[in-house]
Structure formats: C-alpha cells, structure tokens
Design a protein around this ligand. Structure first.
Ligand code: PEP
Ligand code: MN
Length: 287
C-alpha cells in the first residue's frame, strides 16, 4: 500500500463524521436516491417527493453527465442544478451532484451540498486538487478499473489540499462478466472499512446495471459494513434519458427501503451478538 497518512484508520477505529444539513454522514446511515440525470423540473420534483417519502436522506441527480458517446444526453448543466436544488429544498433534502470539470467547481459548489467525483474522473488529479480546495464534502467514486490502493491514493489528493470530508463510493469494477454492467466488489467495502476512517457507501445501481439486482446488492453491502447507499430512482424508468434498465420505480424503491431498514436492524443485532461473544470469551479467560 502507498502511504496513506490522511485516510488510514487510527487506533480509535472511529469513522469520520461529516455533518450535512441536519444529518451526520458516518453516524447516520446515508441513503442517497434520485434519478441518474436531471431531465426536467417536473421529473426531478416527482423523484424527490417519492424518495423523501420512502425514507431517503439525500437527493441525487446529474446535471453534468459523463457519457461514453458525445452524441448522448450530456445533462442540463446549470439549469439542471437549479431544478435539483429547488426539488431538494421543496422536500427538505440535501443534494449531491457530479462535477466533471475543474472549471465548474465553483458553479457546482454554489448549488450542491455534496460534490460527486465520478468513476471516470477518479484519477483526474487537477479535479481532485480543485475539490480539495473547497469546504464541500466530496463523494469519490471508485474508478472502473482502479485498485483499492489507487482509489485511496485519490482520496489523499483531496485531503492533502485541506478538505478532510471525503466519502468513498464502491460502484462496481470491470470484470470478465458481461451479464451485469460491472461487478460489485463487496469485499472492497469491508476492506476499505478496515483500512480507512472514511465513510464508505455502495452504489448497487451502477454496479449491476439491472433494477432487479439493486436490492439484493444493497442488502449485501449493508452486511459488508457500508455507511450508506446510493440508488437511482426515476418516476418512469422506461422513459429515462439514460440508465433506463437500472433505475428503480418509486414503488420498487419504497419496497427496497423496508428491506434496508430490516437489514440495518439485523446488522445492529449481529454487532451486539459479536460483542456478547467477546464478553463471554473474556469471562472464560478470567475463569
Ligand atoms: C453517476 O453516479 O451518475 C455515475 C455516472 O456513476 P459512475 O461515475 O459510477 O459511472
Ligand atoms: Mn446513472
């Protein structure tokens, strides 16, 4: 492992706490939901109302979209930021959105509560340094083919500039598998939780590319120890401008949220069980 002076875990074993509006990332379970892209004011408002009602605590939506083809929808730009901010305000949710270009950092900062660095930009070092100079929390997605070490080194780029508020997001890596869009590296969630004090979240939408696999991978990520999830939700996925196959309907998201709550409760019980076992062992040793 490269030197990780700022991101490596210390002996306290604590997760970094990042306050955003009235929640604390790293303490409260972060549940980000919303459309892949902001398409219109009405679309993002409908999505915002639905995800808020189902229990999300942050709204997502891309205004600057990294697309493989220059002929695909590129996002609404600043108009998209305005719609996203309005929707977040209306339902009382903070917003996260991607910044792709170092020249847009100030603009995106004026609207977003959390900046997203997308997978394709994980090693755009000029962009990492630029967001590192801001005071905004930054969610750093793992690169499509990045090792854990490269991912954490990119987090160091942001922190070294003076911004300690970094959240890591596992979003699947390229593998030999073609049935799924990417392969969710669940082991990376547990590994990075062991290696660093930064909050780690999972994005089962981009990891699988398939709506029917989002909930099972979300629940697996919870048991692997993640501090939150990011899930794409669209009022009408079949009409979406991008990522149609992976976006959940509001009903699918609400159903998933019931399972998320139950799995979080199960995780809590397992933690207590582990603690009990440990206490029992201590007793045995003392005897
Ligand atoms: C996104 O979350 O909007 C996105 C484009 O994801 P990724 O960078 O992981 O492909
Ligand atoms: Mn998407």
């Amino acid at each position: 492992m490269q030197q990780l002076p700022m991101s490596k875990k210390d002996t306290s074993n604590a997760t970094t706490k990042i306050p955003v509006q009235n929640m604390v990332i790293g303490k409260d379970f972060l549940m980000i939901a919303g459309p892949c892209a902001v398409e219109s004011e009405e679309q993002v408002m409908q999505a915002a109302k639905a995800v808020k009602q189902a229990g999300a605590n942050m709204l997502r939506g891309g205004a600057f979209k990294p697309r493989s083809s220059p002929y695909s929808f590129q996002g609404l730009g600043e108009q998209g930021l305005i719609y996203l901010k309005r929707a977040g305000r209306q339902v009382g949710l903070p917003i996260i959105t991607e910044v792709m270009d170092p020249r847009d950092v100030d603009l995106v900062c004026a609207y977003a509560d959390v900046l997203q660095i997308g997978s394709r930009n994980m090693q755009n070092f000029s962009l990492l340094k630029e967001v590192g100079k801001t005071k905004k929390p930054v969610m750093l997605k793992r690169g499509l083919c990045a090792t854990i070490e490269e991912w954490l080194s990119s987090a160091e780029y942001i922190m070294k500039e003076g911004n300690p508020n970094v959240i890591l997001c596992e979003r699947g890596i390229r593998s030999i598998e073609t049935y799924t869009r990417n392969t969710l590296d669940v082991s990376a969630i547990a590994a990075v939780k062991n290696l660093t004090h930064l909050p780690v979240i999972s994005d089962p939408s981009h990891a699988t590319g398939r709506a029917e696999l989002v909930a099972p991978m979300a629940l697996s990520s919870i048991l692997a120890g993640c501090d939150g999830l990011m899930v794409e939700v669209h009022p009408s996925p079949c009409d979406a401008f991008c990522d149609k196959k992976q976006q959940l309907t509001p009903q699918q998201f609400a159903d998933m949220m019931d399972d998320v709550r139950q799995t979080l409760a199960l995780r809590q019980r397992l933690k207590q069980f582990q603690l009990k076992q440990y206490e029992n062992k201590c007793c045995e040793v003392n005897l």
